[in-house]
Design a protein around this ligand. Structure first.
Ligand SMILES: [Mg+2]
Length: 331
């Protein structure tokens, strides 16, 4: 019974939005999210549609915590942000970077050297003192990683702040880390590790990428960050401004934050549902709790079929994969 009442609370003023993205992002051209409100404010549930209930349970935990549990103590209110550049033509780089005024750290998704080096050249033309992060999403074999990183280093020298998840395999990452002059960051590897022991992580990584929703929310993410013990970058999963703000709060709660965070990503959506959207000014976002704009919620409201799909998704995850502790937060 409690469960049914609590679920009704989640849906009381929930809205499912479907927002087109500016460029294809991991095969997604419309980002869907269920936005809802609890006693502490607005929150967002937006696991990618192909995720299992077990994976999505981390996202629901984060979403419910965000709505019902107040943020922890914040150590700062101003968060340095990196620009996130999709795989666009070099000619389009200049105008895309206008989304990130003052950001001098630029993260780029790359497939290889041949087809991506000219885009990097265009970035450096625009931002001569840029610190560059390449994100490969685990897409290279060790042989490819050696070849491409050698080519990047020969052409661009020491512009690289780090290389994010060049290979999927942890042994390959460890080998690469001992061979290349660039630092190695891990993203996908951490999600695989959740629930296990992180003591060997410094063998294959210098930096950890953490995301608010996939790690289960602020409390769980802070615990993982403390267990990992590496410098951490807080990043997004192309959240709306609601989810981004919880990511900013996570970043703001950390004792030490030495790298810019990947939380300027509402620029990848055609429009945000928060107005003004949390976007960098002078390279930083000032953190504050936000609410969705009712007109924008209406503008991007998903079809009745998609609303029903998302409500079923919440029920499925709630009933099959969510801990009793989290259900008790809904009041
Ligand atoms: Mg990544």
């Amino acid at each position: 019974m409690t469960s049914t009442f609590a679920l009704r609370d989640i849906f009381r003023d929930s809205v499912v939005v479907a927002i087109p993205t500016k460029t294809d992002f991991r095969g997604v051209s419309v980002r869907e999210a269920l936005i809802f409100r609890g006693s502490s404010g607005w929150s967002e549930f937006a696991p990618f549609v192909e995720y299992t209930a077990t994976e999505a349970a981390h996202w629901l935990r984060a979403a419910i915590e965000g709505a019902y549990i107040p943020w922890p103590e914040l150590k700062r209110t101003s968060i340095s942000i990196n620009a996130t550049l999709p795989r666009i033509a070099p000619e389009a780089v200049k105008s895309f970077l206008l989304n990130y005024p003052g950001c001098t750290t630029i993260k780029m998704k790359v497939n290889d050297f041949e087809s991506d080096a000219d885009r990097l050249e265009a970035v450096i033309d625009e931002v001569p003192d840029a610190k560059i992060r390449l994100d490969i999403n685990g897409g290279w074999t060790l042989t490819q990683a050696r070849k491409y990183l050698h080519e990047y280093f020969l052409r661009f020298g020491s512009v690289f702040e780090y290389i994010e998840q060049p290979c999927e395999n942890l042994e390959d990452l460890a080998t690469l880390k001992s061979e290349v002059p660039m630092k190695i960051a891990v993203d996908e590897a951490i999600r695989k590790f959740i629930g296990s022991d992180f003591t060997s992580i410094s063998d294959f990584a210098d930096i950890a990428i953490m995301k608010w929703a996939p790690s289960g929310g602020i409390t769980d993410a802070r615990k993982i960050i403390s267990d990992i013990g590496l410098p951490t970058v807080i990043s997004s999963a192309v959240d709306t401004g609601i989810g981004i703000t919880h990511g900013l709060a996570l970043a703001a709660s950390l004792d030490s934050l030495e790298y810019a965070c990947g939380l300027g990503t509402t620029a990848l959506l055609v429009e945000d549902i928060v107005k003004p959207s949390p976007r960098p000014i002078n390279g930083v976002i000032e953190l504050k709790r936000v609410e969705p704009n009712p007109e924008l919620l209406a503008k991007y409201q998903a079809s009745p079929e998609r609303v029903a799909w998302w409500e079923n998704r919440v029920i499925e995850v709630w009933e099959n994969a969510l801990s009793e502790e989290v259900k008790g937060w809904v009041n």
